[in-house]
Design a protein around this ligand. Structure first.
Ligand SMILES: [Zn+2]
Length: 225
């Protein structure tokens, strides 16, 4: 629903359930950087990238299939630090539908989390011997789909939670809603940056600090992104 990322000759393109999907080369690069450092085992890094790919794709499909169900043809772009499902709510737009489409991304991830978690428990219960890579796959999938989904629901713009907050605030206060949601976003963003920094998660802290900075700029400019 946000912005557009220019196509490159290195994009991977395919379609799923009739929905066009484009993967920007930065998606692979940033995912690999995030998964780097596991004892320099390249296989673990590749496994992590594969888990991020499947998880983000399911997340965006959650948004896209819900939008499609409302008759808004979507397309998906995977880019650095995630991606987006883009569509134009050409008709029948309501705040409730918008919130449902936004929640469907993390929601799809939570369903995947439960499936992976139950599968892992079943295999352990059946005393199936899992390889190091199988265990790593389970842990990656559980971590990404549960924790990234929860963080994504924080009311920080432009995360899904921030967009839900904006949709609700503008429904409630059509004029002041955007500013109101940006102020909530700024407060939570700064709070998260301090909290994560305090916990020694510098990279994540910087991510929230940069989102908070974007929000300050939007507030000052009084403009939409
Ligand atoms: Zn999303």
């Amino acid at each position: 629903m946000l912005g557009t990322v220019e196509p490159t000759p290195f994009d991977l393109r395919f379609s799923l359930f009739g929905i066009p999907v484009r993967v920007h080369p930065f998606f692979w690069l940033f995912s690999a950087i995030l998964g780097w450092g596991d004892g320099h085992d390249l296989k673990l890094t590749l496994l992590w990238v594969a888990c991020v790919f499947v998880s983000i794709l399911i997340h965006e499909l959650g948004h896209a299939l819900t939008a499609l169900a409302y008759g808004w043809p979507p397309h998906i772009v995977l880019y650095s630090f995630g991606g987006y499902a883009s569509f134009t709510p050409s008709w029948g737009y309501t705040t409730a539908r918008s919130v449902i489409v936004l929640f469907a991304g993390p929601g799809a991830g939570f369903i995947l989390y439960v499936i992976v978690y139950v599968l892992e428990k079943l295999l352990v219960q059946q005393q199936v011997e899992l390889s190091k890579y199988a265990i790593e796959t389970f842990h990656n999938m559980e971590f990404i789909n549960l924790w990234w989904g929860l963080v994504n629901l924080l009311p920080v713009y432009p995360l899904d939670g921030g967009q839900i907050c904006r949709a609700l605030a503008t429904h409630w206060r059509p004029r002041a809603g955007v500013d109101l949601s940006l102020k909530v976003s700024l407060a939570v963003g700064i709070g998260m940056a301090f909290y994560l920094f305090h916990r020694g998660m510098t990279f994540n802290a910087l991510l929230f600090a940069s989102l908070a900075f974007d929000n300050v700029q939007s507030l000052q400019g009084g403009r939409f992104r």
